[in-house]
Design a protein around this ligand. Structure first.
Ligand code: PEP
Ligand code: MG
Length: 861
């Protein structure tokens, strides 16, 4: 296959072959823009190079020499010819942009003779020798692996010895002296063709530098892609006062304003602009001093944005009053800018609504919902955990819920740091700006609750050792964080930083609402929320939820004033005692349900029967037991005895879900009575409640039959007593592999099914939800799993079970309603899968609702 392409032989669609940079240079060339000519060695050649044990294909040099001849003709100069020298830049460029990750060599093609020739030809020896020394420095560093420090050191030494302050004072002779010193340090090849060959190899090899590797891993870029090499004729911004280099954006990348925006440095090479050692001027300075160049640049940027139909990030150089375009690509932008630009471009007729939807990522959406750590101002990351709940937060470290409440009451923002959290910590979690736990995964208590509240959280931060007694959290690297210290969490990335790292504000915008309205117009999947309190439900409604897809009733008993009744019920020695607590819980349950029905008037509310992992509710220490004994008036010994008898070896596979209804039908009776009584009261208030009662964690049809009977009986009793008829549905969750494999038979008994993919993932993998923090990071690091399966649905196995369930149940009962309410319901990739599977709705935490609306639209588009 052809391995070398001239700039007039490719187009922007050839990214895989020519890399993003090369493809765009070709496109600009074809558009007739002023691009210094050149050629590209393809990315597949990079793969050949690695496959051959880091050897260039034998015929490659022949092939690029043919291209090089044509570049010489076009540029009217000759590579390796002292009388008329042509120099090259040699750059990497993969199909996906990896800014600054790989190597570049500039001014390639110089040696003593040619530098002298360049001095003669340009009449500017100072310029020529500055180029030459820069070239040696860069070539030695990038191609020969000689530390660049040494060279800078030599320049400093020379300057000190000769009383010079900065580069401007260096004459041609000074640079020649430096070059002599350099040549003593490095034995670099004088032959330009040898230089070129070595540079090409070095660019290929830079695909494997550690930083490039890390970047690819972070951004999910395949290792096999490889990089193309772009070889382009050099133009010089450091030629004098009518020269310079700049970068620009066709619109403002931080706020999206539709204004040309850029920076320019006179008499400077491109690398000087990037290095940030001199402060660039706004491009308007170019308008004052070189108006014709500015006009051409302005027209060019407008043309490029229009041509690419997206905001562009440009690099350009001006040499002696002539403009040259060196790069164009889609510009990186903040979340807010991305939404504004997308919406503006639809209004300008540049793109369609559907295209606008595809331009916005979930992270972009998050910046409208949560404060975010400003990526440009991040400080050193002292520990990394799982990105359990997005957003950024800064506060003082506290180690208990009580402390959190106390410090927060004093007006300070707090970060609650715990080994793990339990329902007892809720009051602390509520007042915390952020939550950090050593243990747990993406679906353990801290993660689920924090996400529900929209509070930033990091879980499974195994690098921490927490000592409650001393009030310290120590990282593996030995950084000690103490009670009261200020830290910042980036819950979107799972990163912990010391001190107060600046964050961007969260607030909605008209453009954001417009984009969401387009999403609603184009999506098929309905979006519901997982919520149990009226506040969360109201938030969900405000963010566009079309109902509640999961009300975890056990969460309704987390509050301090009722958790004791819940515990009393769990620890009851007999039926009477249990009934005593159930009667109390009934009141709470009924009032809560009524509040929820009020908020969600006219919309479906899926209420799940109690499903408490018992270990989350049991007292843990002697102190806990003593305190509980005081509060509920039960002897400590009795509490201890029941607690011990309820201890489970595998709580996540234990006495949970519908198993509770089977052993203690009175719990279900209480719940049904509460739900339907609340619905009756709502109806009497003139509202339209739509309760959907959901049975969790089933494994077979007999469970459903038994429990449905209890539910139906309870419902009929209330309706008959009150003489009101309530529309209701009974459904079940698909959370165990066995349930999915027998879904057709379960479907026959119910009106809806909802995938509980947290448990389904746990049981399919056999990875305990609460313990994955201990080993999953290693699985990810060693690439034993592509992604955390508790974050993004494992389509291969869990997805296969879902597919079987949907297909077989719909074959038996066409059109049966299917949803998902595991945490995956808010994950864009999983939403795509659910769309393809033909589910009716996804349900996620309130703050994920806008993300889900957009993702559902993207899935359809
Ligand atoms: C699930 O298992 O996916 C689910 C929604 O239930 P929970 O997370 O409460 O176990
Ligand atoms: Mg579950």
């Amino acid at each position: 296959a052809k391995r070398v392409y001239l700039f007039n032989e490719g187009s922007k669609d050839d990214r895989d072959l020519l890399g993003g940079k090369g493809a765009n240079l070709c496109e600009m060339t074809t558009l007739g823009l002023p691009v210094p000519f050149g050629f590209i060695i393809t990315a597949p050649t990079c793969r050949e190079f690695f496959e051959a044990g880091n050897k260039l294909p034998p015929l490659l040099e022949q092939e690029y020499r043919v291209a090089l001849d044509l570049v010489e003709k076009q540029m009217d100069a000759r590579f390796g010819d002292p009388d008329d020298p042509l120099l090259f830049s040699v750059r990497s460029g993969a199909a996906v942009s990896m800014p600054g990750m790989m190597n570049t060599v500039l001014n390639l093609g110089l040696n003593d003779d040619i530098a002298a020739g360049l001095a003669r030809k340009t009449g500017n020896p100072r310029f020529a020798y500055d180029c030459y020394r820069r070239f040696i420095q860069m070539f030695a560093d990038v191609v020969m692996g000689i530390d660049g420090e040494q060279f800078e050191h030599e320049i400093e030494r020379y300057k000190t010895a000769h009383g010079k302050q900065n580069d401007v004072e260096m004459s041609a002779e000074d640079w020649q002296e430096i070059i002599r010193v350099y040549k003593g340090l490095v034995n670099f090849p004088e032959d330009p063709f040898q230089q070129l060959k070595m540079a090409v190899e070095a660019v290929f090899l830079s695909w494997h530098t550690p930083r490039a590797y890390v970047y690819r891993e972070m951004n999910n870029i395949p290792e096999t892609l490889g990089t193309a090499v772009t070889v382009q004729a050099m133009v010089f911004g450091n030629f004098g006062d009518t020269s310079g280099s700049g970068v620009a954006f066709t619109r403002n990348p931080s706020n999206g304003d539709p204004l040309f925006f850029g920076e320019f440095l006179f008499n400077a090479a491109g690398e000087d602009v990037v290095a940030g050692t001199r402060t660039p001027l706004p491009v308007s300075a170019l308008q004052e001093r070189l108006p014709a160049v500015y006009d051409e640049l302005y027209t060019t940027q407008a043309l490029l944005e229009h041509h690419y139909r997206d905001m562009q990030d440009l690099e350009f150089t001006v040499q002696e009053g002539r403009l040259y375009m060196l790069q164009t690509r889609s510009g990186k932008r903040t979340g807010r800018a991305s939404v504004k630009i997308a919406v503006d471009m639809v209004r300008e007729g540049l793109i369609t609504e559907k295209e606008a939807l595809m331009r916005v990522s979930p992270e972009h959406v998050e910046s409208f919902l949560h404060p975010m750590v400003d990526p440009a101002r991040k400080t050193e990351i002292v520990a990394t955990g799982l990105p359990a709940s997005p957003g950024g937060a800064t506060g003082r470290i506290v180690f208990s819920a009580e402390e959190a409440v106390e410090v927060a009451a004093g007006g300070d923002s707090v970060i609650l740091v715990r080994r793990e959290t339990t329902p007892e910590d809720i009051h602390g979690m509520k007042v915390a700006a952020g939550i950090l736990t050593e243990l747990g995964g993406m679906t353990s208590h801290a993660a689920v609750v924090a996400r529900g509240m929209g509070v930033c959280a990091i879980t499974g931060c195994g690098a921490l050792t927490i000592n409650y007694a001393e009030g310290t959290a120590t990282t593996d690297a030995g950084v000690v964080m103490r009670r009261g210290d200020v830290i910042t969490l980036d819950g979107t990335a799972g990163e912990v930083m010391l001190g107060d790292v600046p964050k961007t504000e969260a607030s909605s915008s008209d453009d954001f609402q417009t984009l969401l309205s387009w999403a609603d117009k184009h999506r098929r999947l309905k979006v519901r929320a997982n919520a149990e309190t009226p506040e969360d439900a109201a938030k969900a409604l405000e963010l566009g939820a079309e109902g509640i897809g999961l009300c975890r009733t056990e969460h309704m008993f987390f509050e301090a004033d009722r958790i004791d009744q819940m515990r009393g019920m769990i620890l009851a020695a007999n039926r009477e005692e249990r009934q005593h607590y159930l009667d109390q819980l009934l009141t709470y349950q009924e009032e809560d349900m009524l509040a929820l029905f009020r908020v969600m008037n006219g919309l479906p509310v899926t209420v799940r029967l109690l499903d408490p992992p018992l270990h989350e509710f049991l007292p843990h220490t002697e102190d806990d037991m003593a305190a509980l004994s005081q509060r509920i008036g039960k002897p400590v010994a009795a509490i201890r005895e029941m607690t011990e008898s309820l201890q489970e070896v595998n709580p996540m596979l234990g006495f949970r879900g519908c198993r509770l209804s089977i052993v203690y039908p009175e719990i279900t009776e209480m719940q049904v009575k509460a739900i339907i009584s609340a619905a009756v009261r709502a109806t009497e208030e003139g509202l339209r409640p739509h309760p959907e009662i959901m049975i969790p964690l089933v494994v077979n049809v007999r469970e459903i039959r038994l429990i449905s009977k209890i539910i139906d009986r309870g419902i009929q009793a209330v309706m008959q007593e009150k003489h009101v008829s309530i529309p209701y549905k009974i459904g079940t969750m698909m959370e165990t592999p066995r349930a999915t494999l027998g879904a057709d038979r379960l479907a026959a008994e119910v009106e809806f099914m909802s995938f509980g993919t947290n448990d389904l993932t746990q049981m399919t993998y056999g990875f305990s939800r609460d313990d994955v923090g201990k080993f999953l990071p290693q699985y990810l690091e060693k690439k034993l799993v592509e992604q955390d399966p508790f974050v993004s649905l494992d389509t291969r196995a869990v997805g296969r079970l879902m597919e079987i369930a949907v297909t077989e149940s719909r074959a038996r009962k066409p059109g049966i309603k299917y949803g998902i309410c595991g945490e995956h319901g808010g994950d864009p990739l999983s939403i795509q899968f659910c769309h393809d599977l033909g589910l009716d709705y996804v349900s996620c935490s309130p703050f994920r609702v806008p993300v889900a609306r957009i993702a559902a639209a993207q899935a359809k588009v």
